[in-house]
Ligand binder design. Structure first.
Ligand SMILES: [Zn+2]
Length: 470
């Protein structure tokens, strides 16, 4: 089991990602390594789980606990030891294992060890998020091609000068490189330990509230009262017509059929490639736009407040799913958080049940109901008339002020002193007791007893570590 890597103090681990231009020989080698990593991963999964099924079968015959086949260990050293023992004799590896570097096998075994670890942690309730299943074998058709290296060189497609200069100056150290095939192209992601550079933020004292939506991708309201609307580029929507054309062409040609073992025709493969290219283009455009948006926001404001949207829940909604996925809400929040961390600027995530849309940003009155189709917020108490999303963004920005004025230190997140928004706790629907876990509820449906706010994704431990670092 690999311990978590801890960078030296004053340093951070950062990824540099470059597109690669492998020649035919290199591409073959890359594919071979990725395939080897998968084969070894599958071997490890089967080797460990085989003992589980064996024990279960033996137990069903009435064999006592002491008579059962012993558990097989899944730690990386144990897996490596066993693999090194069998690789020369096992017919699955004996023929070809020498063709690839040891890095390929390390990747596969380390991934398997991590998978079993995560499964065990999840089962014992020591891991956040959804419950994980038993690690399964990766089928060749679906598996992503990826392999981690610690040595070797390859030609990149993009200039790497910036990074090279830092490495030569001694301010950066390469840890590892992961090569993966994504969207029809090879990429290398270099894990680099670099000295932390705090880039300057234009308005370190200003806070901005960001309301994400489908109509406008984001509405930004800052603490000085300015509002900006970021249009939703809807990359997928604009490509849908062309996608429909391509998909129709693909399905008219002779595709593969696994039941009959039919191979796809050349014409099908060509059409499929064209269709994939379009999908890749949409994904690239989206990634580019999101990065530009989040970088711009983080370069301007010191504090950013976002909502804790239940993205997984929204993706289950048939009508919303496509638009939400195309907008990339989850990704926006992730990028804002890590880009903020880079500058030691806080990101505040409003609680999932904080009624940002239903609260009046002028007087603080909370509406009992505000259906989604009502786009203009009209306050019954003070008569404020404002765009729904702008109102929500202003509320979020105000939340930042409430957090930061508490201590006077913008970075001090350990003392939650946000004033409670009026009346928020009894206006929304009650949830059945016992299911109120704080996570994974229905969006907007349920409420916690108190509107809370919390620091982003990080555990408290991490926050302390960060504060100690800077
Ligand atoms: Zn009002």
């Amino acid at each position: 089991m690999r311990g978590k890597f801890r960078p030296r103090s004053g340093c951070v681990v950062q990824a540099y990602r470059f597109a690669l231009d492998p020649n035919a020989g290199q591409e073959g080698a890359l594919r071979s390594h990725c395939g080897a990593a998968r084969a070894v991963y599958n071997w490890a999964v089967s080797w460990v789980t085989a003992s589980w099924w064996q024990r279960r079968a033996e137990a069903s015959y009435g064999i006592g606990e002491e008579g059962l086949t012993p558990w097989r260990p899944w730690s990386l050293p144990a897996l490596r030891k066993e693999f090194n023992r069998i690789k020369t004799t096992d017919p699955r590896f004996a023929e070809w294992w020498e063709e690839n570097s040891k890095e390929a096998y390390s990747t596969g075994l380390a991934n398997a060890a991590a998978a079993f670890d995560n499964y065990a942690k999840s089962k014992q309730g020591r891991r956040k998020g959804r419950r994980l299943g038993v690690p399964r074998r990766k089928p060749k058709r679906k598996a992503r091609l990826a392999c981690r290296f610690t040595t070797g060189t390859i030609r990149t497609h993009e200039p790497t000068r910036k990074l090279l200069v830092r490495i030569q100056a001694g301010t950066a150290r390469l840890l590892s490189a992961t090569v993966r095939y994504e969207r029809g192209r090879w990429f290398v992601s270099l894990q680099v330990e670099t000295a932390r550079e705090i880039t300057r933020v234009n308005r370190p004292d200003a806070a901005v509230g960001i309301d994400l939506g489908v109509k406008h991708l984001a509405v930004l309201a800052d603490s000085s009262g300015q509002t900006r609307y970021e249009p939703n580029p809807k990359h997928l929507d604009s490509a849908l017509k062309l996608l429909r054309f391509h998909s129709r062409r693909v399905c008219r040609r002779q595709g593969p059929d696994r039941r009959t073992g039919r191979k796809p025709s050349r014409r099908w493969e060509k059409a499929n490639r064209e269709r994939n290219k379009l999908h890749h283009r949409v994904a690239n455009l989206r990634a580019d736009a999101l990065h530009k948006l989040t970088t711009r926001v983080r370069a301007e404001y010191g504090t950013v407040v976002v909502e804790d949207l239940n993205v997984a829940g929204m993706l289950r909604n048939k009508r919303l799913a496509r638009h939400v996925a195309d907008a990339g809400f989850g990704e926006i929040r992730r990028q804002l958080t890590y880009k903020g961390r880079r500058n030691a600027c806080p990101t505040i995530v409003a609680d999932r049940w904080y009624p940002s849309s239903k609260t009046c940003s002028n007087c603080g009155a909370v509406k009992a109901k505000l259906p989604l189709h009502v786009r203009v917020f009209t306050c019954d108490a003070c008569g404020l008339v404002l765009d729904r999303d702008e109102n929500s963004a202003r509320n979020l920005a105000a939340l930042a002020a409430a957090c930061t004025t508490g201590t006077g230190v913008a970075g001090d997140q350990d003392t939650p002193r946000v004033s409670k928004p009026h009346g928020a706790d009894h206006k929304t629907r009650r949830q059945r007791p016992g299911r109120n876990t704080g996570r994974g509820g229905r969006a907007g449906g349920a409420n916690l007893p108190h509107p809370r706010r919390k620091e982003t994704g990080d555990h408290r431990q991490d926050t302390e570590a960060q504060l100690a670092l800077w």
